[in-house]
Design a protein around this ligand. Structure first.
Ligand code: OGA
Ligand code: MN
Length: 248
């Protein structure tokens, strides 16, 4: 039996999910006044690069965007990475990579979900939850396992608010990659995030709701002017439940 019952990317036509998030967004995007206190205000200079198209004057939005996208390098050790892979690989191997869905936000991928883990991996997932989410946050019960082939990539999209709440946390395994964030209505506001192998990233608030995110592939995978070869990459993504007002 296929385990896929949920995917932010799969069950929705790309544009539809995008439009829904746009239509409802104005209700949900509210930068709380304590936001900068809880996430820190300085961009991470090693892992976040504001692109040159970003106008000098947009410092306020720059702080909101860069402080709501956090990257924790070496969040898991090589042993922990190997242990996570050993547990998800048998599940993934039964699936084929999917290509050529013109309406999908993603190319060259297979995906599954997982809610039970062996003891070592469960401890890693708990560390992710403790780092990324507020103690009272309600998480989707299953982690999303997204396997991108070396030639795979993710087009710009905003995770549909019907399926996912504020905070999104992704553990990056097997290959480093560049994630590009572009403001939904002001495309000159762009930044790149370096997602190194074994890092954790946490996206919330402005970066999650107002910016699209994409995982670059092929010749577009460039970090600070240098090619960053993309190999097969697996992300283990934990998400919050949708806000009550967005649930079906
Ligand atoms: C997604 C997504 C990013 C990643 O599944 O919606 O954007 O890190 N994934 O793979
Ligand atoms: Mn996404």
């Amino acid at each position: 039996m296929r385990m896929i019952t949920f995917s932010i990317l799969r069950h929705f036509k790309y544009n539809l999910a995008y439009k829904i998030s746009r239509r409802l967004k104005s209700d949900t995007v509210e930068v709380k006044s304590d936001h900068l206190k809880t996430t820190g205000s300085s961009p991470d200079p090693d892992y976040i690069e504001v692109l040159p198209s970003w106008p000098e004057g947009e410092a306020n939005m720059r702080i909101k965007a860069t402080s709501s996208m956090r990257i924790y390098p070496n969040f898991v050790s090589e042993e922990e990475e190997a242990s996570l892979l050993a547990e998800v690989e048998p599940q993934l191997k039964r699936l084929r990579y999917e290509y050529d869905h013109w309406d999908n936000a993603i190319e060259g991928y297979r995906e599954t979900e997982r809610d039970s883990w062996n003891e070592q991996n469960a401890a890693v997932l708990k560390r992710v939850r403790d780092m990324a989410f507020q103690p009272y946050a309600q998480l989707l019960p299953r982690a999303h396992i997204l396997d991108l082939a070396a030639a795979g990539y993710i087009r710009p999209h905003i995770d549909a608010i019907r399926f996912c709440g504020n905070t999104i946390a992704g553990l990056c395994l097997l290959s480093s990659a560049v994630m590009r964030l572009v403001h939904e209505s002001r495309p000159e506001l762009q930044l790149d995030a370096l997602l190194e192998r074994r890092c954790l990233y946490v996206m919330r608030d402005v970066s999650r709701y107002e910016f699209t995110h994409a995982v670059l592939g092929g010749e577009h995978s460039v970090w600070r002017g240098e090619k960053l070869p993309r190999r097969r990459r697996i992300a283990v993504i934990c998400r919050e439940c949708p806000l009550p007002e967005h649930r079906e």
